[in-house]
Design a protein around this ligand. Structure first.
Ligand code: ADP
Ligand code: ZN
Ligand code: ZN
Length: 747
């Protein structure tokens, strides 16, 4: 997207303190899905300015809201209520208030819904409350120690508390991978003690000069270029484009260090924060302490203290998921978006926005540089580099002796695999040889569970989700059938649910569990691990699995997309891609690009250290441009072709695109509204409407879904077109209409 030109005109100097609001009324935005602020009367004596945090009455409730500016004076004097109080806390900065306005306008979302993302920390303005902390009990009587056995789980708890510190139950549970009952048991045995304390802020300031690694010449050059950009302290966008294993992380760490030396804050966005414990270890090695982590899974007390500390400038580095963009930074000096091409940056639920694009807007409004890092930059970013809107810093080679892996293709159409076997002879042999030479292997298949479809051989019944138009996926490890769209699950059937035949149900196609079964049948002695979002849910199970690979107590790792992410395993030398074509089908305009990116990323796990890497790609379409590009390593030619296709079709970023999704429990109501929207669609030379049509996922969670796409030339203002268009339509309460500007998901 083209934030750079879109924001330019609307910006003023945001470093100035806004003036106090004069007049008798103010507009206050509440963190609720409301289209705009409400009016309130200013009580005598309170001075308010834009961004101030206030309490106001709403019906019979008292709500916390934010002063948004002058009121429009639309409400009758006798109906208007007064602001109750101004909360004594630094207000939201002008740049954050502007950012919220910007996101709401761009994504056609209610302003209040965007504010809610920024104030999504319950009770953050209340004085901190005491909480239970656990520490090692000083005096332990032998009587007690005898009473309870010191199991490995209990031992882990002690290990964490032995340095004299204290932790909350939640922290202990997560860090020691124990259940709360272990902590309770130790407490009642008198081995650890519980005390009520005010929440501690354990955040130490990362030290920019804690540990310097010797950068290579190419890395030094990249760091030099980035440092020059940071010295400027201006808004700018830079792509850090480097092959997998080239040291992008090390290089952007130097950009963070430079920002810290200037006393400003740094924000790093990672696509799937919980998945990269190695990132945190490296950060700690470089800076001596950990950054503040921000994502939706963090406990409330840590969210509260973190939010407050960020706003008071006491935290200097935040690493987080999308939502970290809405934190109230005091003095943000750099934003880094790692793996900028990742689709995980696109939020699909609630307010739909792309965090990479919004990171650029955020940086523009606070006036600081942005770095986008990737080995396979998105088409949008490449085009912006080509048009000189973005700078580009390159790292063309892997670090050290590491060479790019050798890639072989297996044409699965010619392969004679037996029934229910999915690994080609060549891949099998390579796995065997790798095990013999004590090197590690990785098998990638982007499909969790055992089999994507269960079919009755007798009556032909396909087992579907009762709430979605989707098949249930068999998860054999826990004997369940699961819907991957709505999480519905049930015990696996023994007999066919339709014709009741026994022994007639067959699993069709492979998931990772089935590949695991096959690997075990070929290599019964191999130590094999599974990494998927359902088998490795918690941060700790991921850390444990990664430790196992690092300590070489695993020979083969099998996994979904999760294995593609940033991991660095020096002894991993073979990568097998079981089904490279998954993801190529379907009417998604980025299907090829995305497949190319993920295949590259997975392939990039092989041979990252001194031992050479090898990749075996199984495909039914070896002549597909994605496979040809993987084979030749010619990223440029492939991306140029993609670019050409988008240009011809006037797809983004050559045109503007939004999806309108109509849904209702009542399929007729969904149809009616969708058709009404279709009939009243705007028309004109630069405008094309596609649909309405049933969505590919035509029923989701019991909602019938219809889709329309509006595609316009870049000259059109897509947002105003849509607003005017939809404002004329009366939408019944049982129908929901969602707008997705710059859609990435076409299901
Ligand atoms: P990328 O992010 O480009 O995939 P990384 O930053 O993860 O690359 O680097 C790959 C590996 O090489 C990491 O283990 C990293 O610590 C190591 N590495 C990179 N540059 C250096 C260096 N100059 N000195 C020592 N180790 C390095
Ligand atoms: Zn049947
Ligand atoms: Zn479902």
């Amino acid at each position: 997207m083209e934030c750079s030109d879109a924001t330019a005109s609307s910006l003023e100097d945001s470093t100035l303190e806004p003036p106090h609001i004069d007049g008798q009324r103010v507009a206050v935005l509440l963190p609720l899905p409301l289209a705009g602020p409400y009016e309130y009367r200013i009580k005598n004596g309170i001075k308010l300015k834009r961004g101030d945090i206030v309490t106001v009455p709403l019906g019979s409730r008292v709500m916390t809201g934010v002063v948004w500016g002058k009121s429009q004076d639309n409400v009758e004097a006798k109906k208007i209520k007064a602001v109750l109080d101004r909360i004594d806390f630094p207000g939201l900065k002008e740049s954050l208030v502007d950012f919220i306005d910007w996101v709401a306008a761009y994504s056609i979302a209610p302003q209040g819904a965007v504010l809610r993302m920024a104030l999504n920390v319950k009770g953050v303005f209340e004085p901190p409350k005491k909480e239970a902390y656990y520490s090692r009990a000083k005096k332990q009587t032998t009587k007690y120690t005898k009473k309870i056995k010191i199991t490995p789980a209990r031992e882990r708890v002690f290990k964490i508390l032995n340095n004299g510190g204290s932790k909350t139950a939640r922290e202990l549970r997560d860090e020691a991978s124990v259940s709360i009952s272990v902590i309770n048991g130790l407490t009642s045995a008198g081995l650890i003690k519980k005390t009520e304390q005010l929440p501690k802020n354990n955040i130490k300031t990362p030290d920019p000069d804690h540990f310097n690694i010797n950068l290579t010449v190419a890395q030094k050059k990249a760091v030099y270029n980035l440092t020059e950009i940071i010295k400027n302290q201006n808004f700018s966008i830079t792509l850090l484009d480097g092959v997998t294993g080239s040291g992008k992380t090390e290089v952007y760490f130097e950009a963070i260090a430079e920002t810290l030396r200037r006393g400003r804050q740094a924000l790093i966005l990672l696509p799937e924060i919980a998945l990269t414990p190695q990132w945190f270890q490296r950060f700690k090695r470089r800076f001596g302490s950990e950054p503040l982590i921000w994502h939706s899974d963090i406990g409330l007390s840590r969210r509260r203290s973190g939010w407050r500390a960020v706003s008071k400038g006491k935290v200097s580095v935040v690493v987080g998921a999308r939502s970290a963009l809405y934190l109230p930074f005091d003095d943000l000096g750099i934003v880094i978006v790692d793996e900028e091409h990742e689709n995980a940056y696109k939020q699909m639920e609630g307010v739909s926005y792309h965090a990479r694009d919004m990171a650029i807007v955020r940086a523009k409004l606070v006036v600081c540089p942005v770095i986008l890092a990737s080995a396979t930059p998105s088409l949008e970013t490449r085009i912006n580099v080509a048009k000189n809107r973005y700078n580009c810093v390159q790292l063309p080679e892997r670090f050290g002796d590491a060479q790019p892996p050798k890639i072989d293709f297996i044409d699965m159409r010619k392969e004679k695999t037996t029934l229910n076997n999915y690994l080609s002879q060549k891949l099998r042999n390579a796995l065997i040889n790798n095990l013999l030479s004590r090197e590690q292997s990785l098998l990638y298949l982007n499909r969790s569970g055992y089999a994507p479809l269960t079919l009755c051989r007798k009556c032909g019944q396909r087992i579907e989700c009762p709430h979605c138009s989707a098949w249930l996926v068999e998860h054999r490890a826990n004997h369940k059938l699961v819907c991957h769209h709505c999480s519905y699950n049930k015990k696996a059937y023994i007999n066919c649910p339709k014709c009741n035949s026994s022994g007639s149900l067959v699993a069709c196609g492979p998931g990772v569990e089935r590949i695991l079964e096959e690997v075990k049948s070929i290599l019964p002695k191999a130590r094999v691990g599974l990494m998927t979002s359902d088998t490795t849910k918690s941060h700790n199970s991921i850390i444990n699995l990664i430790k196992k690979i690092e300590s070489r107590s695993l020979d083969i790792l099998i996994g979904t997309q999760m294995v593609a992410k940033g991991h660095h395993f020096p002894d991993l030398t073979l990568v097998g891609i079981v089904d490279a074509d998954i993801g190529l089908s379907g009417g998604d305009l980025r299907a090829s690009e995305r497949t190319f990116q993920v295949l590259n990323q997975v392939a990039g796990r092989a041979g990252r250290a001194s031992k050479p890497g090898r990749v075996i790609v199984q495909t039914y379409e070896p002549e597909h441009p994605v496979m040809l590009a993987m084979a030749s390593g010619d990223r440029e030619a492939f991306m140029n072709l993609e670019e050409k296709n988008r240009k011809i079709g006037e797809w983004p970023p050559y045109g503007r695109l939004a999806a309108i999704i109509v849904s209702s429990k009542d399929s007729l109501a969904a149809d009616k509204t969708a058709h009404q929207i279709g009939r009243t669609a705007p028309s004109g030379p630069g405008i094309r409407i596609l649909g309405p049509a049933p969505a590919p996922l035509s029923i989701l969670r019991g909602q019938h879904r219809r889709r329309l796409l509006i595609k316009t030339s870049r000259e059109e203002s897509l947002q105003s077109l849509i607003k005017v268009w939809l404002s004329k339509i009366v939408i019944p309460s049982r129908v929901k209409v969602r707008i997705d500007v710059d859609p990435y998901n076409f299901l």
